[in-house]
Design a protein around this ligand. Structure first.
Ligand SMILES: [Zn+2]
Length: 136
């Protein structure tokens, strides 16, 4: 675990990519870095220390996902939830607890390769296991 504050950590990560460090990017990423669970767009909108309009926040989140500083997952409520950290080119599965609503990254669980018909190409993989976690 880094001892850096989320805001410093967010700045460092954005700067390391050689991109412009804006307060919108920093505050959004910082919030996700300190969050203990995946966060929806609306939760961010009402909790961010830096007030932002919906469209700006959509753009910032989009940018963070493209830069692989954040990844996103959707569950049955069809809301995207954002998580700090790289979803990775090696996509990892997630676990959704039906009791607590927790959504957990499982980076150590490999998704087995699948056999696709000829000329089919996968661009995005999403695997979510539903069940109950240890806290349930
Ligand atoms: Zn994840």
């Amino acid at each position: 675990m880094s001892m850096q504050l989320p805001v410093q950590q967010a700045e460092t990560q954005i700067r390391a990519l050689g991109h412009r460090v804006t307060s919108a990017r920093v505050m959004t990423l910082a919030y996700l870095l300190q969050a203990d669970k995946p966060v929806t767009h609306d939760e961010l909108l009402s909790n961010l220390a830096l007030p932002m309009d919906r469209v700006t926040l959509y753009r910032v989140l989009d940018w963070l996902v493209r830069q692989r500083l954040v990844h996103k997952v959707t569950t049955e409520d069809r809301l995207w939830r954002f998580i700090a950290g790289d979803g990775g080119s090696a996509h990892h599965p997630h676990f959704y607890c039906e009791n607590t609503g927790k959504l957990i990254c499982l980076p150590e669980v490999a998704i087995p390769p699948i056999q696709l018909p000829k000329r089919f190409k996968v661009s995005h993989v999403e695997v979510i296991f539903h069940g109950v976690c240890e806290e349930a």
